[in-house]
Design a protein around this ligand. Sequence first.
Ligand code: DOR
Ligand code: ZN
Ligand code: ZN
Length: 424
Amino acid sequence: MLLLIKNGMVVNPGDKTQTESDVLVENGKVKQIAPGLSVKAERVIDAAGCCVMPGFIDMHVHLRDPGQEHKETVETGLRAAVHGGFTTIVAMPNTKPVVDNPDVVRYVHNKAQDIGLAHVLQAGSMTMGERGEELSDIEGMVEAGIPGLSEDGKSVMNARLCREAMALAVKYDIPIFAHCEDINLVNGGVVNEDGNAKRLGQKGISNSVEDVIAARDMILARETGAALHLCHCSTKGSVQMLKFAKQTGLRVTAEACPHHFTLTSSDIREDDANYKMNPPLRTQEDVDALREGLREDIIDVIATDHAPHTAIEKGEGIRRAPFGITGLETAASLVMTELVDQGYLTMMQMAEKMSYNPAKILGLDRGTVEEGKTADLVVFDPQQEYVVNPAEFYSKGKNTPFAGRKVKGVVIATIVDGRVVYEK
Ligand code: DOR
Ligand code: ZN
Ligand code: ZN
């Protein structure tokens, strides 16, 4: 089947070009990129006024499948993903059971393949059951195709065990996705440790909770040679240490999430658990550091940490509700509204951080718009405005602090392996 995407602005981070062009897709591949193509195609998408970008790649998603299918399934997660313009997602292993062996990896991969909406790469845990006691079946999971190791939801607090996992990651040439949280320093905290914690009557989470483990993991990565990727950076300290580590040649990358560069703890007006996530919303100083870090490419990736929970759980108030918010269906608009429109990022940087850089880190031959390459694409209208309405989410998770927020940037179509899997 021939698919023709007409008159879009093709943003290709592969060669850093931005040109008004048509894109012809055939047999799952980009066949031709040129202006004014006159081909009889079975399907035509009018992309006038839109950007044609490489499909977004989200390195940080919680699919909740297996075990918590009432929160999300592979299918609802994938519907949300393609609605958000994502063509590949990495699923975190803190499911029930935890992804600590090849059987669970294959279960998720097979399910995703049957659904066929977008690509899913299931990450493996570092320790059995994420209990931090003994290493998972890392070799087996590598054979089953994991893209990397992560203990997401927590850190491996035993530094020796963490170092052993890193050594195996080097052996099998896969990255570590590090959730940085010193559980002893958390000490029951639920929101950022600042005046707003007092105002809300909640226990605080200090910046050191993140910074201590970020520093430790960079030290361990230096020693072992592991490719370290820091998940959901939220503090000024993380950005400063990243900058230093990169200057000294360390193989480290990092991601920031839309909520962390958009909101602060001051935005939590009442006891609303839709503002509760881990790491927590920080201060304006931290937000400014994240935005600068993104602008200066100290932070390589924008990921969502899409973490669906039920309305009942989130209705229990900040102290008792679980951490996490949904993100797949608001990410692109928040990047557009908060970063591109405000002059922090160019469209090219958006494509780099949401597609090209994640592909590099994951070792995928994707993240570009190039003739002969896989046609994983998103048609994105950067001008169109709308108001976020969780009732319109495909995700089962409606837990977002952005309900009612006016944003800019709409996904018009998502194409995976040359197939239109979502069209507005
Ligand atoms: O907010 C979060 N939610 N942070 C995490 O680290 C885990 C995630 C979840 O699984 O709900
Ligand atoms: Zn995490
Ligand atoms: Zn997470």
